[in-house]
Each structure stands twice: as C-alpha cells, then as structure tokens.
Design a protein around this ligand. Structure first.
Ligand SMILES: Cc1cc2nc3c(=O)[nH]c(=O)nc-3n(C[C@H](O)[C@H](O)[C@H](O)COP(=O)(O)OP(=O)(O)OC[C@H]3O[C@@H](n4cnc5c(N)ncnc54)[C@H](O)[C@@H]3O)c2cc1C
Length: 238
C-alpha cells in the first residue's frame, strides 16, 4: 500500500529549552495510519520537498489526533524548525516507521540511555507505560552538560510520582565545581549502567541520539559489560 503522506498544520509549539522545541502536528480528520510508540516520522516543508528529515515521536500511541516531535536547533532542518516553525504553518508528514519500540511487558526492565536530545522517544515510552498501568520497569539514564540542558524534566518528575516503576536519573558532564547540583556528575559509564541492572535476562537496553553517542553506548554495553546483543535496541540519528 502506498504511504499516506499528509500536509499537517502545526497546532502548537513549545520551547522546552532555548534550543529545543516541541512541535505538535494535527492529523487530518480521517487519519487512521497505524503506528507504535517509539517510531519516527519524516518531515519536509512545502517549499523544499526534496529536503526530508526524520524525527522520533516524543508523543505516544495513546496521544491521538496529533504527533509531537521535539527538535534540537542543529543543522539546516533542525535550525529552520526551531527558529521558524510556528502555529498555523504546515509540514508534510511521512507516516511513522521504525523498530525502536519499547518492550512494554510487565516483567521487563527497559534501561534507556540518552544524551541531550536523544531522550525524546523515551517520553513516549514512559507515557504509554504509565497511562496503561504497566508494571514494566523503566530507568532512564540521561547525560546532559548542565542542569539547564535537561529536556522534559518537569514531565519526567511528574511521571516518576505517578509511576512507581519509573526512574529518571540524570548525570551532568560540565557543571562548575561549585554548582549546587547534588546528583551524579560525569559521563555515563559501564559501572553506572551495571548498578541499575536488576535481572539481566529481563533487561533491554536502549540508546538513542547522535550516532557518535549511540555507538559509544553500544561499545560500552557490548564490550565492557558484555551484555547480550539481542537485548540492545539502537536508534542512530546520523
Ligand atoms: C530516526 C531518526 C530520528 C531522529 N529524531 C530526532 C529528534 O527526535 N530530534 C532531533 O532534534 N533530531 C532528530 N534526528 C536528526 C534529524 O533528522 C536531523 O538530522 C537534524 O535535525 C539536523 O538537521 P539536518 O539533517 O538538516 O542537518 P545538516 O545541516 O544536514 O547537518 C547534519 C549534521 O551535521 C552537523 N552540522 C551541520 N553543519 C555543521 C557545522 N557547520 N559545524 C558542525 N556541525 C555541523 C549538524 O549539527 C547535524 O548534526 C533524527 C534522525 C533520525 C535518522
């Protein structure tokens, strides 16, 4: 069946951080394209149809009537979307696809590793698990430069209160020595990941974001921790 490509109006935009914006795209009334939490859509502007870029859904399958994507101001498309996309503009949307899917089964533990904007699909994972009352354990291990760079902090903290199976753990890599942050500092390393593994056979490891970061995590998980490849899910943005 041919893909149903639709021109969708931007219903709203929200600046999550000074360089990161969430765009909500409104579905047409009869839009019934099947999709799953964790997939990505491909966008292009009506005036440049040949320039297409993929964006992970930051909303989940239960958020009907619209798609949300969260974009960092980086590169040509990222800069145009963050600086210029506004309510009422339209974008063409190629339907969701992809295999970066959360295994939302009650006895599973998803260890979701991200740096910077790579955290976007995990909002969808946790939203779906929380709203459906799943007992799936989800631990997000999130690396940012400073506390000013944490995307979705308020929503993740709220979800932590609602969902006893979810933890949102942040590590800061470039804080000033006298910063009052009492949480973890430094990069994500093998020891920090290992600390959160409860039962290895039930654990799935996810890594998402710019290629270099995802490949570093892949190396860490496969070589340093020697965890099974079948339990690793990667989404490379490069
Ligand atoms: C499956 C998938 C999901 C994705 N999901 C998201 C998402 O949820 N959020 C998100 O923000 N992005 C996401 N991306 C990345 C996104 O598709 C774009 O690649 C990104 O917005 C950059 O836009 P661009 O490709 O037009 O950049 P380009 O202009 O083609 O540049 C490509 C890369 O080169 C770098 N670059 C460009 N110019 C320079 C320069 N002068 N100096 C140094 N570096 C430079 C850019 O930073 C960029 O990373 C995803 C990609 C994939 C494949």
């Amino acid at each position: 069946m041919p893909k149903r490509i639709e021109e969708m109006p931007i219903e709203s935009v929200k600046m999550e951080l000074p360089d990161t914006k969430t765009i909500r795209l409104k579905w047409p009334d009869d839009y019934d394209v099947p999709f799953k939490t964790g997939q990505f859509i491909t966008l292009y502007w009506p005036d440049t149809p040949r320039y297409k870029r993929a964006y992970s859904l930051s909303s989940c399958v239960l958020d009907q009537g619209h798609f949300e994507v969260t974009i960092k101001r980086e590169g040509k498309m990222g800069t145009r979307l963050v600086d210029w996309a506004k309510e009422g503009d339209t974008l063409f949307v190629i339907p969701p696809t992809g295999r970066f899917l959360p295994v939302l089964e009650d006895d599973k533990h998803l260890i979701c590793i991200a740096g910077g904007s790579g955290v976007t699909p995990y909002r969808g994972f946790v939203r779906e698990a929380t709203r459906t009352g799943r007992k799936t354990k989800i631990t997000v291990l999130y690396s940012v430069r400073t506390t000013n760079d944490i995307i979705f902090e308020d929503e993740f903290r709220e979800l932590e209160k609602e969902n006893p199976h979810f933890r949102f753990l942040v590590t800061c890599t470039r804080l000033a020595a006298d910063d009052p942050w009492t949480g973890r500092r430094g990069r994500i390393d093998a020891a920090w990941i290992r600390e959160h593994i409860v039962e290895l056979p039930q654990s799935y490891f996810y890594a998402c974001g710019p290629t270099a970061l995802v490949e570093a995590t892949e190396k860490l998980v496969l070589e340093e921790l020697q965890l099974p490849k079948e339990q690793l899910r990667l989404e490379k943005w490069g």
